[in-house]
Every structure is written in C-alpha cells, then in structure tokens.
Design a protein around this ligand. Structure first.
Ligand SMILES: NC(=O)c1ccc[n+]([C@@H]2O[C@H](COP(=O)([O-])OP(=O)(O)OC[C@H]3O[C@@H](n4cnc5c(N)ncnc54)[C@H](O)[C@@H]3O)[C@@H](O)[C@H]2O)c1
Ligand SMILES: O=C(O)C(=O)C[C@@H](O)[C@H](O)[C@H](O)COP(=O)(O)O
Ligand SMILES: [Zn+2]
Length: 363
C-alpha cells in the first residue's frame, strides 16, 4: 500500500483521559502535522528530546514552543537511567526552570518515560506534556502517566505516576521511523487487540496468511493509533495507579521485562513484548483457553524480532520473580480466557516448564 493523502481523511476528535479524584485530565490528539501547531499555557518551557531524533522534528517543536531550554536525552534505554535523570534535573536547575514552567518530552517511549519522570521529580513536580514520535510511544508509553527509569536489577523499577497534560501524536513523525521500530511498536497495538478490541488484530495483520500488514503508510494508521489509545485510556481512567485491572495492560510483560533485563536492553521493548505475548497465549492455552497462539505466532512471524540466545527458565526466573505484579506469594501472570477476556493468575513454577519449552521451539 502506498502513501496516502492524510489531509483527505477526517480529523479525529481529541480524547480526554480523566484522572479520578483529580481536577486534571490528559488530552490526547492524533493527526498528521500536529507538531508544528503545539502550544502550552506555561511561558517557560524545557524541551527534552531524543538526542538521535531527526532534526526536522526537533526544529518543528522548537518553532512551535519557543522553549527556554532544549535538552537532548540519550536515546533509547541508555537514557532510562538515574544518572541521566540527575543530569537533566541539574540542567533544569541551572537553566532556572521555575515551578510555573513545563517539561515537554519529544521522542519514543524511552524518552517520554524519562522526561515524564524528570517533570514529576523537578521541584516535586512541574507540568508535563508528551509528543511521542514512535508508534509505541503514541499508542502506549505517553498515555497513562507511568514514567520512570530502569535499574540493573530490572525494567522500570524506579518511577512515578505523573500524567501528561496533553499528548500530541503526530503520525507524520512516523515517516522517519525505521521499519523495525515501527514493527516493534505494533506489539502494543496487538496487545490492546488481544485485551479488549480483537478487530485491531486484523488491522495489524490483514491476513494471517500473508506477510503484508500495517505499515507507516497504511491509510488507517491514525484511526488505528486512536483506537489503540482508547483501549488504554478506558483502563487507565478506571484504575490509574494499577490497584486492579490496569495490571491487564501488562499482558506479555512478565516475560518481556525479564528478556529485556537479561539482554541488557539490547532487545527492544516491543520485540520483547511480541515474545511475551506468545508466551502468555501458550500459558493461557495450558489453562484451558483455545485459539490464541495462532494469532501471537502470526504476529511474531510478521514482526520478525531479533533471535534470542539459548535461554533457560532458571536464568530468567530472578527477573520474573522481581516483576512489579509479584507479591510475597510469587509472580502473577496476565492470561486470557479468550480474546478480550483477561485475568490474573498465580501459577506454580512447575507448571511453566513445558510451556516454556513449547515457546522456545516456536520462536
Ligand atoms: N510508560 C509506559 O506506560 C510505557 C508503555 C510502553 C512502553 N514503555 C517504554 O517505552 C520504551 C520503548 O519505546 P519505543 O519503542 O518508542 O523506543 P525508543 O524510545 O527507544 O525509540 C526507538 C528508536 O526510535 C528512534 N526514534 C524515535 N522516534 C523516531 C522518529 N520519528 N524517526 C526516527 N527515529 C525515531 C529512537 O531514537 C530509538 O532509536 C521502553 O523503555 C518501554 O519500557 C513505557
Ligand atoms: O501502562 C501500563 O500499565 C502498562 O503496563 C503498559 C506497558 O506496555 C508498559 O510497558 C509499562 O511501562 C509497563 O509498566 P510496568 O509497571 O510493568 O513497568
Ligand atoms: Zn509495554
């Protein structure tokens, strides 16, 4: 499918994600060319952008926001460290950003996770806005208020819930996103499809028999981003701080985060999630569900993630055991009774071995 004239498509109305018990809400806008039109009410703005982002997107945001401070953030997971956060906080202090100022994060999910955490910590919290430039950032990372960084002991082990006031998803920025990063982000769209909206599965993979599927140029891309955001927004509005059903958004992530930590983050998050979704589908089938793994197997085939080294469950276990959903009784897994029927389960470790071997053979 070739490029489409997105200006010919209808404008999508903004989505408002309420924050229960608080006066604020997040406005999520999706459209092509939004970046050149963004604005914030605060007069003093610090723009934190992925250092490796094409300059065109940084220039557009600079022109629109006229920021007092422009701070490049180390790209990807290498920026999701406490050292990087410390460096950025010092730069804000030295630059004189006041409590009335705002932080704007521009980049993929890694950058918006860091920028959001910096906004949450600086002066005990300043206004935060997100301009995600990856598919994953748009459909997942920038929405819902989870911000933070990694520790050597595991993924996202430090952070804060600090929702953005606005999230601007400019789908034009995806024009420069490498295809591998695009396919990586599609894992979170697929996850939202499995969790709540099965029609999204067919939009990512129009036919499980063909390799053709979603691309940066698919005419339904802005609508797909919006639909995927809606799934997350509905859950987050009911359970913003993961006391309950928000844990479902972690489908596939117990294994994914362990794979990321074990590979020292060389495996991109979305590829780890692709592997994790397949493991969750196989585990769900071992508990009685049917017809889930054909979907996740087809997705993995389409996504074509980096091959994994030979892995043992024993090697992954310490990371699985530290998953944030674990409690004193051990890890909890997000499973599916069927499409759009998630539940949480505690499984004895002995039950995982056979499924792990099947997964290993499949990937
Ligand atoms: N906070 C949340 O709720 C949440 C949800 C999902 C994922 N995450 C986090 O998001 C991160 C993954 O996000 P990601 O997949 O966006 O990875 P990323 O931020 O590392 O970006 C992937 C790559 O794309 C490049 N890039 C970004 N935008 C580009 C563009 N428009 N053109 C060209 N290159 C571009 C980046 O430089 C990087 O190399 C992980 O750290 C994950 O833990 C957070
Ligand atoms: O927003 C959520 O909640 C999610 O679980 C979305 C995940 O895709 C995302 O990777 C999130 O960062 C994982 O959160 P964590 O609490 O397990 O670190
Ligand atoms: Zn994720």
């Amino acid at each position: 499918m070739g490029p489409t004239d997105l200006t010919a498509l209808p404008e999508l109305p903004p989505l408002h994600v309420p924050w229960p018990g608080q006066a604020r809400s997040t406005t999520v806008e999706v459209g092509s060319g939004l970046l050149g039109q963004i604005s914030v009410p605060e007069t003093q703005v610090a723009l934190l952008h992925d250092r490796a982002l094409p300059t065109e997107w940084v220039s557009r945001a600079r022109q629109a926001l006229n920021p007092a401070l422009v701070l490049p953030v180390s790209s990807g997971e290498s920026g999701k460290t406490l050292d990087e956060v410390g460096r950025l906080l010092s730069a804000l202090a030295q630059g004189g950003l006041s409590r009335a100022g705002a932080v704007v994060g521009l980049g993929g999910g890694a950058t918006t996770d860091v920028a959001g955490f910096v906004a949450a910590s600086y002066l005990r919290g300043v206004a935060y806005y997100a301009a995600p430039t990856t598919l994953l950032g748009m459909v997942d990372a920038a929405v819902g208020g989870k911000t933070g960084v990694n520790l050597p002991e595991g993924k996202n082990l430090v952070g804060a819930f600090w929702p953005a006031q606005a999230v601007w998803c400019d789908t034009e920025t995806l024009d420069t996103l490498p295809p591998r990063d695009f396919r990586s982000g599609a894992a979170e769209v697929f996850k939202h499809g499995l969790l709540a909206r099965p029609e999204l599965l067919a939009q990512v993979l129009p036919s499980t028999l063909s390799a053709a599927g979603l691309t940066r140029f698919s005419e339904w891309l802005p609508q797909l981003v919006r639909s995927a955001v809606e799934v997350k927004a509905e859950v987050v509005a009911r359970d913003p701080t993961e006391q309950n059903e928000r844990a479902f958004l972690n489908l596939g992530h117990t294994l994914a985060h362990a794979l990321e930590a074990l590979t020292r983050h060389r495996l991109p998050h979305g590829e780890a999630v692709g592997y994790g979704l397949h493991f969750a589908a196989l585990l769900s089938e071992a508990q009685g569900a049917t017809n889930l793994s054909p979907h996740t197997r087809a997705f993995l085939h389409w996504q074509n993630p980096e091959p994994l080294p030979r892995l043992q469950l024993d090697t992954l276990w310490p990371f699985i055991a530290r998953d944030k959903k674990a409690d004193e009784l051990g890890p909890r897994w997000v499973l599916l009774h069927g499409l759009a029927q998630p539940y949480l389960a505690r499984l004895p470790r002995e039950q995982l071995g056979d499924v792990f071997e099947t997964w290993r053979r499949d990937i």
